[in-house]
Design a protein around this ligand. Structure first.
Ligand code: ADP
Length: 497
């Protein structure tokens, strides 16, 4: 569960990066500090070494205190182990204090020279030195120098100076070509303790930063992902049956806000579709109930007592009419179901719409003549591709409606033409027209502008719904314009062949 959670995965990456970054920075800082401290110690070691060299390891020396050509001052005796050179031993090398070796003197006292500072540093016990003669025997050493330290070996010939860390000591070793060795060292205990404290402080600070960063990341991730929890909650409620629920999409600018808006839109349409479906089922049941009731009532009342042959005949004729109505209704429902399932999409053949219309006009003409209506056609070639049987159904529906809803002696016109990549059919009449409030709904299933009157005439309100489905399944459009008292005009556009 945790492994699949986006929040936990985000947190894991965020935490990993944070730990890497913080530990990298802290380690870098620690290493820098450690290097700085060691460099300062190394500088001090070099400074302490400087005045010792002329005494214990002058270049080309053959014996203790030997001086090379150009060496200054009189020859001095070597220091014994535990002795420190006095202030007048050897010339001062520099008077300015070197980096890392601080000068401590009372106010008003003369500044110390290098030699004095070096000796003072050794006297204070912070530094020690050991000098080895050519043969490896100790010539001199400070009292605090490690007793069992053997003369170091040169790793490479002609190696002058080496720095090394021996246990907790830092040492600078000077090899002189004559074979003498001078070592200056100091204890790193204090420095290591400081570094240890620094490491501890850095670990604490780093842990603090990681914990705070993790907490802030957790808060941010929770905040950013909260809408997802809301979306999921709402979707669950909708799945449980409450189709009216919507996601509270307050932050519409954010990505999740936009997703919530899209989902709300989808839920809206889903609800509308479910509503339509529910309405359709209830309407279909209602439409079928009427003829079934008629049949049952007729049969029941006829069977109540003995009837004459004429009466039986009348009952059977009423039942036949009701059954015919049911048949028409069931056929219309089946047609709609087939259209909804897309089962009629396969049949596509090139045809001229004007020929199809001419056949339909011939079919409907007797109906129009019965009501003394003018049925006028103006047919031009209108090539298109589609199912001729379905187009016949479309045109017959429009023509029978134009005749059915028109007044006696009215006029119906039908025309076909090719127009900008379309085959167009228009069916117009000068009947009572359709009121504006009904116009948007007349293509809905079972919708009748005057339901009370039309249902008694066997009109189910499915004709235009089927017409629209067929036209749209062919990639066409159907639209209606109507004016109450003046008539209606239906225009169908189908893609040209
Ligand atoms: P019905 O089987 O009831 O005719 P339709 O789907 O064909 O169902 O039509 C839906 C409604 O549209 C009808 O009930 C009617 O009120 C209206 N209608 C359709 N065609 C016309 C027309 N030519 N003139 C006036 N009203 C029409």
């Amino acid at each position: 569960m945790i492994l699949h959670s986006i929040k936990w995965r985000l947190q894991a990456w965020h935490g990993f990066l944070l730990v890497c970054l913080v530990s990298g920075l802290m380690t870098g800082f620690y290493m820098f500090e450690r290097r700085e401290k060691l460099q300062a110690i190394d500088a001090e070691l070099a400074e302490v070494m400087t005045p010792l060299l002329p005494r214990y390891a002058p270049p080309n020396s053959n014996g203790p205190g030997a001086r090379g050509p150009g060496n200054r001052g009189p020859q001095r005796p070597p220091l014994r182990e535990g002795d420190f050179p006095g202030p007048d031993d050897g010339p001062p090398l520099r008077d300015d204090p070197p980096a890392g070796l601080s000068e401590q003197r009372p106010p008003g006292a003369q500044p110390m020279g290098n030699r004095e500072r070096s000796l003072a540093a050794i006297s204070s016990g912070r530094f020690y030195f050991i000098a080895w003669a050519e043969g490896g025997e100790r010539m001199a050493a400070a009292t605090n120098a490690p007793a069992n330290l053997n003369p170091p070996k040169q790793a490479q010939p002609n190696q002058g100076r080496i720095l090394r860390t021996q246990g907790e000591n830092r040492e600078l070793i000077q090899f002189v070509p004559s074979g003498r060795i001078v070592l200056v060292g100091t204890s790193l205990t204090q420095t290591l303790a400081q570094l240890h404290k620094l490491a501890l402080a850095l670990v604490l600070i780093g842990s603090g930063i990681v914990i705070v960063g993790f907490a802030v990341g957790w808060w941010l991730a929770s905040r950013a992902l909260r809408p997802i929890a809301e979306i999921s909650q709402t979707a669950s409620e909708i799945a449980a049956g409450d189709l009216s629920r919507r996601i509270n999409a307050s932050e519409t600018e954010s990505e999740l806000g936009q997703l919530a808006a899209v989902l709300n839109d989808t839920f809206e349409r889903l609800q509308a579709t479910f509503e339509q479906q529910r309405q359709f089922t209830s309407d279909a049941a209602h439409e079928l109930r009427t003829p079934v009731s008629v049949i049952l009532t007729q049969v029941q009342s006829t069977l109540n007592k003995e009837r004459s042959g004429v009466e039986y005949r009348e009952t059977l004729e009423a039942c036949q009419r009701a059954a015919m109505r049911m048949k028409k209704l069931v056929e219309a429902l089946l047609e709609l179901a087939r259209l909804d399932a897309g089962q009629t999409a396969g049949k596509r053949e090139p045809m001229d719409l004007s020929q199809c219309v001419a056949e339909c006009v011939a079919l409907v003409r007797p109906l129009a003549e019965e009501r003394k209506m003018q049925l006028q056609s103006d047919l031009s070639a209108a090539p298109c591709v589609g199912d001729a049987d379905q187009f016949t159904l479309v045109i017959t529906n429009l023509l029978t409606n134009a005749v059915h809803y028109n007044r006696d002696g009215g006029e119906v016109r039908i025309s076909t033409r090719a127009e900008e990549g379309s085959a167009v059919v228009t069916v117009s009449d000068n009947g009572p027209g359709i009121a504006a409030e009904h116009l948007p709904r007349i293509f809905d299933r079972f919708y009748r502008a005057d339901a009370a009157r039309t249902s008694s005439q066997g009109r189910s309100g499915l004709g235009l719904a089927i017409t629209k489905s067929i036209v749209e399944s062919h990639g066409g459009t159907i639209e209606v314009t109507s004016e109450v008292g003046k008539g209606s005009c239906f225009k169908v556009c189908l893609p040209a062949a």
